[in-house]
Design a protein around this ligand. Structure first.
Ligand code: 4AD
Ligand code: MG
Length: 451
């Protein structure tokens, strides 16, 4: 039987071809056999399907070929699509009753087998690890998150205006800059597109940039990458309260889209979606002062941080939160929680100080439940040129490279706000993953530049 005589379909389309003969092309994921029956689990990128090879239904030569197949061998199988509710696979429910097989390549012994490997080995073999079902599932959820981000913003009046990656100035502190040589002039990889977004709102009103951002983070944590993707909306005529309303709508939409569109993927990841189902506006809002009081009450009582062996560490007013603080705070609520009005001294230079209390600023972070920590950072921006010049000086930044940014406050300054949502932390949260390294195809961590 010649495979080209039949429709070549992908596994996700099998439901449209029940009782018809089709050809699938892919890779062997797993094989079991006894006597005259062989069960092939075949991946084709869109799903996993069981193909049943019965001696007698295929030529003897094909049957012998099938017995010799190794994991990851590439092949085409032609057969009849059967609706079989117990059939394993993704999405499952269909299997292929095989009549012909074409082998493209018998794979060498595959280094990643179902048995456990250490993370270091898996990271070195990331180019192969990507084929495993959990990695496949997480990256498919990531793609849906990215689609949901764009769909929500595009349908709420935001214009996508992308910002440069090669930049002459710091925006999020000088300690995490990646320096490069720009034809003899020092330059940096962008930590954020925000400053350029702020210029763009004066032309377009509501904008977003969406791209890779870079931070030379010296610490090795579950939440930090050197290169990560951030979507940054920026809005003219928007204050801190307006910003929180946008954020809670946006995040709720992303979560609900994943629940609607990623059922099979979340099942592979064994994600308990109870928490996610509750994600809808409004989200609780707490002032930094209140957050500090909550933390210090728990510390005094010796309460444990959920998921940590240690008690909640006390905090001094004015300090930034560590992961245990964020985890403890988020665990006190059943939805993501906003913490607003952080101390001015721990935040970036461009944040608007509170008018009658300048030691706190009109900033807001969104903390995800279940220990995932900060997924959004944002604020109202300073809109007065003189205050901004003073803040640039206080942070010991060179005013000359920020002149254009100060100009934005000289020509039609308005109250404006924006935020950045980290894609990898959002994927980790929605998928229930322990570490952000599994949320991007080729993660750049402190210790991983290869492959
Ligand atoms: O809080 P951050 O630093 O905010 C900004 O960069 C602002 N300029 C955004 C804005 O207002 N337009 O970063 C925003 C988010 C964090 O909440 C986190 O989700 C993610 O970006 N993020 C990281 N993700 C992975 N690895 C890192 N090293 C990250 N640093 C920040
Ligand atoms: Mg932040």
């Amino acid at each position: 039987m010649n495979p080209v005589q039949h429709p070549v379909v992908r596994i996700q389309q099998l439901g449209d071809y029940v009782d018809q003969t089709v050809t699938l092309r892919g890779w062997l994921y797993h094989k079991t056999g006894k006597g005259k029956l062989n069960f092939l689990q075949i991946r084709d990128g869109s799903g996993i399907c069981q193909a049943v090879v019965l001696r007698g239904n295929v030529s003897d030569e094909t049957f012998e070929q099938v017995k010799a197949l190794t994991q990851e061998s590439s092949l085409a199988v032609t057969g009849v699509v059967k609706a079989e509710s117990r059939a394993p696979g993704v999405p499952g429910g269909f299997e292929l009753d095989v009549r012909a097989v074409t082998v493209y390549q018998i794979a060498d012994p595959y280094p990643i087998t179902p048995k456990e490997h250490g993370v270091e080995f898996l990271m070195q073999n990331r180019h192969l690890w990507l084929r495993s079902s959990r990695q496949w599932a997480a990256l498919r959820v990531r793609a849906v998150i990215v689609r949901a981000i764009r769909d929500w913003l595009d349908s709420h009046g935001f214009l996508n205006v992308d910002t440069p990656i090669l930049t002459p100035a710091a925006a999020e502190g000088t300690t995490t800059l990646f320096s490069i040589d720009y034809h003899g002039e020092p330059a940096y990889l962008a930590q954020t597109g925000q400053l350029y977004n702020e210029a763009n709102i004066f032309a377009f009103g509501k904008v977003y940039c969406f791209g890779p951002t870079f931070r030379a983070e010296k610490s090795k944590t579950r939440r930090h990458l050197q290169e990560f993707w951030m979507v940054e909306p920026e809005i003219a005529f928007c204050d801190l309260e307006g910003l929180m309303e946008i954020e809670e709508q946006f995040v709720s939409y992303i979560v609900q889209r994943c629940l609607a569109d990623c059922g099979p993927e979340l099942a592979i990841l064994e994600r308990d979606t109870t928490h996610l189902q509750r994600v809808s506006p409004p989200f609780p809002r707490i002032h930094y002062d209140e957050a500090v009081a909550m933390i210090n009450r728990a510390a005094a009582a010796g309460e444990l941080v959920p998921g940590y062996p240690d008690p909640v560490p006390a905090i001094e007013w004015g300090d930034d939160f560590g992961s245990p603080h964020e985890t403890y705070l988020a665990a006190q609520f059943d939805k993501p929680v906003f913490v607003h009005h952080y101390p001015t001294q721990v935040k970036a230079f461009y944040m608007e100080p509170e008018a009658d209390r300048p030691e706190v600023c009109r900033s807001v972070d969104l903390l995800a439940p279940e220990g995932y920590g900060e997924i959004i950072g944002g604020s109202e921006r300073m809109s007065d040129p003189e205050k901004l010049i003073a803040a640039i000086a206080r942070h010991q930044l060179p005013q000359s490279v920020y002149e254009w940014y100060i100009d934005l406050r000289r020509y039609g300054s308005v109250v404006h706000s924006g935020f950045g949502l980290g894609v990898e932390r959002t994927v980790a949260w929605i998928c229930g993953l322990d570490h952000v390294r599994e949320t991007i195809a080729f993660p750049r961590t402190l210790t991983n530049l290869r492959p």
